[in-house]
Design a protein around this ligand. Structure first.
Ligand code: UDX
Length: 435
């Protein structure tokens, strides 16, 4: 099929490359000429395992091209809109400027009979509004909503082998079109849910709200565990054995970040308020608050480990990205902890395998290094805030030898407390027994 993907940011670039990988003839469109130039040469503008390989192979096979000109999308049978919906400045609601702009310029070129498919995460009600606009414009194109559930670090796999497909359609005939797009995935037995626009939009935000709730729930238990001397990791293991609860997304630590969960739960709460249903999801404000308190906890622990004040003390911050295998620092708890320790006068040296360049551009006041060894050298405290495998595999005795004094905060509960304490460390986890 001939497919266009409007917006070549995280979602769009992955979607365009993945659609080409599924055998379609794809054009990716973006207004950012630098991004288009990079993608057209087979390079991704961000770190995502596996993406450069499928970009290159699809471009070489002639199934994938990129352009800044919306006219190049005109002959596609299916158009995906994958632009961002960031949090509005000064508000918790979603900013729909990019969705609206992409939609309008696409509607001006879309052929009669073509299908415009929204993938961006939007406030419920957006698809119905855009469908009405499309009717008014009389283009003869139709609209469907097909949310994505991709995780950074697994984005290509999640797109090519989704665990479910959700089609929000107004016309049952559009189901066949979407089935043709995803034929390879459906053939492999992927469940598919055909529904209306509002349900499709809500599926996405409620999935993210549920995941955020799970994380904040276990972090709330960590707060209680910290108070009574219980161990939240053992607690998560024990409740996770109940299949109704499940162990995944029950890792307590410094909390969730990234370009999706934080802004999506805020936008959901803001939308519910507009709909006169604020009380239905008022718990999401609490989920957000619990999440943000975990960063305070790490900063407070740092001060307490250093005798009450971090001022002038050398602290190595291990991790800057919101999670491993990503260079994404959006709403990253790790970067926030580094910035806050620096703000309190600590002599912070921060490191990350992929996140230094982005962090430096945003916070040039911080000291960075690409080298873990350099970060740890002469540090009085190490703070592990993103669980990259290279930090999980650190050898406690080597780290103790490099540091001025062996103190470590395990902000992700990924280290073995006994091994670190044996090497002489003052070890602190998040709601976890130290030993
Ligand atoms: C998330 C959703 O998982 C995905 O389905 C949706 O499409 C986009 O948002 P992503 O932002 O890539 O994906 O990250 P995810 O792996 O979900 O992690 C989100 C954050 O939660 C990270 O900061 C991670 O460190 C944190 N997290 C996750 C925890 O603190 N504890 C956990 O148990 C799991």
């Amino acid at each position: 099929m001939r497919i266009s993907v409007i917006g070549c940011g995280y979602l769009g670039a992955v979607h365009a490359a993945s659609m080409a990988e599924l055998g379609h003839d794809v054009v990716g469109i973006d207004v950012d000429a630098r991004k288009i130039e990079l993608l057209a040469s087979g390079r991704a503008p961000f770190f995502e395992p596996g993406l450069p390989e499928i970009l290159t192979s699809a471009i070489e096979a002639g199934r994938l091209r990129f352009s800044t000109d919306m006219a190049d999308a005109a002959d596609a049978e299916v158009h995906f809109i994958g632009v961002g919906t960031p949090q509005q400045l000064g508000s918790s609601a979603a900013d729909l400027t990019y969705v609206d702009a992409a939609f309008r310029s696409l509607a001006a070129v879309a052929a009669p009979g073509s299908l415009i498919v929204g993938k961006s995460t939007v406030p419920v009600g957006t698809a119905a509004r855009l469908a009405a606009e499309l009717d008014e414009l009389g283009t003869g194109a139709r609209l469907a909503w097909n949310p994505e559930f991709l995780r950074e670090g697994f984005a290509v796999k999640d797109t090519i082998e989704p665990d479910r497909l959700v089609y929000g359609v107004a016309d049952p005939a559009d189901v066949e079109v979407l089935d043709a797009v995803y034929a390879a995935a459906i053939g492999a037995g992927t469940p598919r849910i055909v529904t209306d626009f509002a349900t499709a939009e809500l599926v996405k935000v409620s999935a993210n709200a549920f995941l955020a709730t799970k994380i904040s729930f276990i972090n709330a238990m960590a707060e209680i565990a910290e108070t009574v001397g219980a161990d939240v990791t053992q607690l998560a293991d024990a409740i996770g054995h109940d299949a109704r609860i499940g162990r995944r997304f029950l890792n307590a630590g410094v909390g969730f970040g990234g370009g999706c969960l934080p802004k999506d739960i805020r936008a959901f709460a803001a939308r519910a308020e507009e709909l006169g249903r604020a009380e239905s999801v008022s718990f999401l404000r609490e989920i957000d608050a619990i999440n943000l308190r975990r960063r305070d906890r790490v900063v407070d622990l740092a001060a307490s480990l250093l005798g009450g004040d971090v001022h002038g003390r050398r602290i190595a911050v291990l991790g800057l990205t919101f999670k491993p295998d990503s260079d994404d620092i959006r709403d990253s708890p790790a970067l926030d902890v580094a910035v806050r320790l620096h703000g309190l006068g600590a002599d912070v040296i921060a490191t990350d395998p992929e996140g230094v360049a982005n962090s430096r551009a945003k916070h040039p006041q911080l000291a960075f290094t690409e080298s873990t060894d350099e970060a740890l050298a002469e540090a009085e405290l190490a703070v592990l805030v993103t669980e990259w495998s290279e930090y999980r595999e650190l050898v406690p005795a080597d780290v103790a030898a490099a540091m001025r004094s062996p103190r470590i905060i395990d902000g992700r509960n990924v280290l073995d407390p006994a091994a670190w304490m044996e090497a002489g460390f003052d070890y602190r986890g998040m709601g976890r027994h130290a030993g």
